[in-house]
Each structure stands twice: as C-alpha cells, then as structure tokens.
Ligand binder design. Structure first.
Ligand code: C2E
Ligand code: C2E
Length: 170
C-alpha cells in the first residue's frame, strides 16, 4: 500500500483500521447484502476504566495498553475479520459470515484473552486490564448506523452489568 493511502485508513498507534475506513467498509457492505447466505456480525469493544489508567499512570502507559490490546485482539481473530479503532479506547470488529451466536463466543474469547494476563506498562509494572463488548448480527439491508447503535446498546448493558463481559443485542 502507498504510504499516503495507508495513513488515510490506518490508526497510527495501534496499526488497526481507523474510523474512516470502517465507515466506508460498512457502507460498501450494505450494497453486497444478499450475496452471501451467511450473516455478518459486528461488535463494539470498550476498555474498562481506561481514563483512570491515563490519570494514574500517564498517557504513555495508556498508549502502551492500547497497543498491546490491539495486538492481542489481532492474534485472536481471523484475518478476514476487520478490526478498527474508532475512538480513544473504543474498537469495532466486523465478522463476515458469522452469526450473532458465534460472535458472542468470539467476544467471550476476547474478554478472556484481555483479562487473563496482565499488561506490562513499562518499568516492569503490570496492570490488570479488562474489556466490555456489545455484540450484534447485522440484518440484511440494514444501515450501518442502526447496527452500530444496537451493538452500542449491548455494550452499555455489559458496562452496567459490571464490565469485563460481553452482551448480545436482543
Ligand atoms: P469454535 O471455536 O467453537 O468456533 C465455532 C464457529 O465460530 C467457527 O466455525 C466459525 O464459524 C466461528 N468463529 C470462531 N472464531 C472465529 C473468529 O475468530 N472469526 C470468525 N470470523 N469466525 C469465528 P468453524 O469455522 O467451522 O470452526 C469450527 C471449529 O474449528 C472451531 O470451533 C474451533 O474449535 C476450530 N477452529 C477453526 N479455526 C481455528 C483457529 O484458527 N484456531 C483455533 N484454535 N481453532 C480453530
Ligand atoms: P487465523 O484464521 O487468522 O486466526 C487467528 C487466531 O484467531 C487463531 O490463532 C485463534 O486464536 C483465533 N481463532 C480464529 N478462528 C477461531 C475459531 O474458530 N475458534 C477459536 N477458538 N479461535 C479461533 P491460532 O489458533 O494460533 O491459529 C493460527 C492460524 O492457523 C489461523 O489464523 C489459521 O490460519 C490456522 N488455523 C488454525 N486452526 C485452524 C483450523 O481448525 N482450520 C483452519 N482452516 N485454519 C486453522
């Protein structure tokens, strides 16, 4: 990829796709609905208490956590799954040919791989980090905005139910 093109679609800190790329990908997906008999699933991930990590340990530590988080996520999803950083500590994963039920299993795997091993934030200091996830299955022809809103509502429930967990949209 050309450097300038890459910079336009990649989040420089984590190496994941950026919000702009995610939005164009989702807009394109709507046009291809019906081409595959299998659904697409989407999840929103939000690091728990990230602000307090920044406040207590500094922004360099916060950045280290974000980088390691992205790396762990990448290692635990398939190459065809699209992972993007869409805000400070907020991420979206699009899973082609995946049902909501399968995506919930994958989200539970991700909650586990983030929470089970401490993050190293420099000077050998270790930090326990957890993530909350909202999962949903896209409906054929549905606007990206609606899919994201439903996943976001599920994420809100995961946060409200104590964090460090994933919830599927009803
Ligand atoms: P499983 O782990 O229980 O996953 C069940 C189904 O969920 C998979 O069926 C697939 O449709 C979906 N799935 C699971 N993880 C992912 C993911 O990271 N991304 C996406 N897009 N979909 C995912 P499938 O493909 O028939 O696989 C059946 C079983 O084979 C899996 O059951 C798992 O036990 C094993 N398997 C397949 N690929 C891998 C792999 O790369 N690593 C490991 N450790 N096991 C795998
Ligand atoms: P990949 O497809 O890019 O998957 C990357 C990682 O995502 C896997 O690393 C695993 O941690 C997670 N993952 C993906 N799909 C599944 C799944 O269905 N179930 C579970 N539990 N985890 C999943 P891992 O296991 O080290 O595999 C590395 C690579 O080896 C995979 O990259 C894939 O290319 C290949 N692979 C491993 N197991 C299978 C399999 O059962 N079937 C196929 N077709 N490929 C496999």
């Amino acid at each position: 990829m050309q450097m300038s093109v890459e910079m336009a679609v990649i989040d420089p800190l984590t190496g994941l796709y950026n919000r702009r790329y995610l939005e164009s990908h989702l807009a394109g997906r709507a046009n291809h609905d019906g081409a595959s008999p299998r659904p697409t699933a989407l999840m929103i991930l939000d690091l728990d208490h990230f602000k307090s990590i920044n406040d207590r340990f500094g922004h360099a530590a916060g950045d280290t956590v974000l980088k390691q988080f992205a790396h762990r996520i990448r290692l635990n999803i398939r190459g065809v799954d699209l992972a993007a950083r869409v805000g400070g500590e907020e991420f979206v994963i699009v899973l082609p040919e995946t049902s909501g039920m399968e995506a919930q299993m994958i989200a539970q795997r991700l909650v586990r791989v983030i929470g089970q091993e401490a993050f190293v934030i420099g000077d050998g200091r270790e930090l326990q980090v957890t993530v909350s996830i909202g999962v949903t299955e896209a409906r054929p022809g549905e606007a990206a905005e609606e899919v994201l809103q439903r996943a976001d509502a599920a994420l809100y429930r995961a946060k409200g139910d104590g964090r460090n967990r994933s919830e599927v949209a009803s």
